[in-house]
Design a protein around this ligand. Structure first.
Ligand SMILES: Cc1cc2nc3c(=O)[nH]c(=O)nc-3n(C[C@H](O)[C@H](O)[C@H](O)COP(=O)(O)OP(=O)(O)OC[C@H]3O[C@@H](n4cnc5c(N)ncnc54)[C@H](O)[C@@H]3O)c2cc1C
Ligand code: SF4
Length: 454
């Protein structure tokens, strides 16, 4: 093992100090928090449905009617406990979950022409109150004598680590970055949650104690996967996805053509440096593209245009996010396929050459034209991490996703996985649910005497 960044840290250490003037500081919270009175009034609107559809719509299956009822009766700490029992990242999920298509979208009030219960905002109210008291609710279990390696310090590994500590297993998280929290810290739109809040949650989760964090250690480069296996009794892979995909068109290496996830990470952790940018393009039609569009507008770029090869009706980004982007001033070029990045006479980025597509997404001959731009963000997905893992016997991939059983078990004994690595990219709440269930399966695996079948 190399000595690079190889110092065990106590919780909190390894978290880089965030610049106070980082780009994300420009953004206000788009959903202001409830006061006590507002929370009580909203909680008291809930019908506390038997067989509540919102529970089924929440990937972590939080008992939503129960936590809302507890807010209504003034038992706010009990409410938070109900949330954390199912979802230890309930504080950030309250802010970042796309509730419109999850819990809130399934509220029975939607079918009664009434405003649905604002479940995310109530969850935020309860979890923020719990954070303010400093209560952690859970303690580590008695030492089991077993140790588990977790690769990556994103939502998946954090949720898995917390549950494993409750079972009493020793836990070491290996993270290649200096900063902990994965995309919850480096990717989530700042009007939903800023990096400092994500890091506060990391500290709260790790406060259960007994978690060793090794930042700046990339498994596969600084430590081999076989070394990891030799040192620990089980392994959880929570590595997420790889770098932004590239367009694969000429002149893409011009300064000013940047991967969207890279750009967002810079904006969240560093001061923004967009002086001189007036016209920005975002290529893609997914949620990262929509976040990038809204973030550029929020940073004060006057003209922001989304360039997408499909139409509005088929884009994979959420309709409510596109609507918000449009209201904020974004425009779109539909059915437009990039063919080259274009340099001006001074050699600097001048725009994007696109060709128009017909209804069958076939290029229309002679339709090539240039869209002027000083900045192009490429938001056409993140690459998959197959290459880093494919040499390991027993791991199987489909469409770049690591294939696992329902409890996160891979085909390699003692190796489990969850989060974007297995889903190809969904939401924080999915990563938490998968990792929590994987921790239960890991505990079963570690508790089964060698030679017996789990
Ligand atoms: C721009 C953007 C915005 C998003 N916004 C939202 C949102 O608003 N709401 C929402 O619910 N979801 C959102 N998501 C999705 C959400 O962030 C992810 O689904 C979630 O973070 C997945 O968690 P994870 O732990 O699987 O992976 P990640 O969060 O990606 O964490 C993986 C970690 O593993 C580390 N790692 C990778 N390889 C190695 C290695 N070999 N050795 C050591 N460490 C390694 C990485 O550095 C990273 O820290 C967004 C995603 C993006 C890209
Ligand atoms: S975790 Fe997300 S989906 Fe589940 S109840 Fe909370 S806000 Fe809704």
């Amino acid at each position: 093992m190399s000595t690079h960044g190889d110092t065990p840290s106590t919780p909190g250490a390894g978290v880089t100090a965030l610049a106070p003037d980082r780009g994300e500081a420009n953004f206000a919270d788009f959903k202001p928090p409830y006061s006590d009175r507002e929370a009580a009034a909203e909680a008291n609107r809930c019908l506390y449905c038997f067989d509540a559809p919102c529970i089924k719509a929440c990937p972590t299956a939080i008992n939503i009617p129960e936590f809302i009822r507890k807010i209504g009766t003034g038992n706010v700490e009990g409410s938070a406990r109900t949330i954390f029992d199912q979802n230890i990242l309930g504080m950030s999920c309250a802010r970042v979950c796309p509730v419109e298509v999850l819990c809130v979208g399934s509220c029975v009030f939607n079918r009664m022409d009434e405003k649905p219960i604002q479940i995310g905002k109530l969850q935020r109210y309860a979890t923020d109150r719990a954070f303010a008291t400093g209560r952690r609710f859970y303690e580590a279990g008695p030492d089991s004598g077993k140790s588990v390696a977790l690769v990556g310090a994103g939502p998946a590994s954090l949720a898995c680590a917390h549950r494993l500590r409750r079972f009493g297993h020793a836990v070491t998280i290996y993270e290649k970055r200096d900063v902990i929290g994965g995309l919850n810290t480096t990717g989530v739109a700042p009007y939903k949650m800023k990096a400092d809040r994500a890091l506060e949650e990391v500290e709260w989760v790790l406060g259960i104690g007994g978690v060793t964090i090794r930042t700046g250690v990339e498994i596969g480069r600084d430590v081999t996967f076989s070394d990891l296996e030799a040192r620990h009794d089980a392994v959880f892979l929570g590595m997420g996805l790889g770098p932004d995909n590239r367009l694969g068109v000429p002149h893409e290496d011009l300064p000013g053509v940047v991967g969207a996830v890279d750009f967002i990470e810079q904006m969240k952790l560093q001061p923004a440096n967009l002086g001189g940018v007036r016209r920005a393009l975002v290529v893609g039609g997914g949620n990262t593209a929509l976040d990038a569009v809204r973030e550029l507008l929020g940073l004060g770029i006057p003209e922001v245009t989304m360039v997408y090869r499909g139409t509005e009706s088929v884009m994979s980004g959420y309709a409510h996010e596109w609507e918000a982007a449009r209201v904020e001033g974004a425009t779109a070029r539909w059915r437009s396929q990039p063919v080259a990045c274009v340099a001006g006479a001074d050699g600097r980025l001048a725009g994007l050459r696109v060709i128009s597509l017909d209804d069958n997404r076939k290029p229309i001959a002679g339709s090539e034209h240039d869209i002027p731009a000083d900045l192009i963000l490429v938001a056409i997905g993140q690459s998959k991490l197959v290459d880093a893992l494919s040499h390991l016997d027993g791991l199987r991939f489909e469409k770049g996703r690591l294939v696992v059983g329902p409890d996160g078990a891979t085909g390699r004994p003692g190796w489990y996985a969850g989060g974007d690595l297995i889903s190809g990219g969904t939401e924080v709440v999915n990563a938490v649910a998968e990792a929590r269930d994987a921790a239960v399966a890991i505990d079963r695996f570690l508790s089964t005497p060698a030679g017996a079948t789990a």
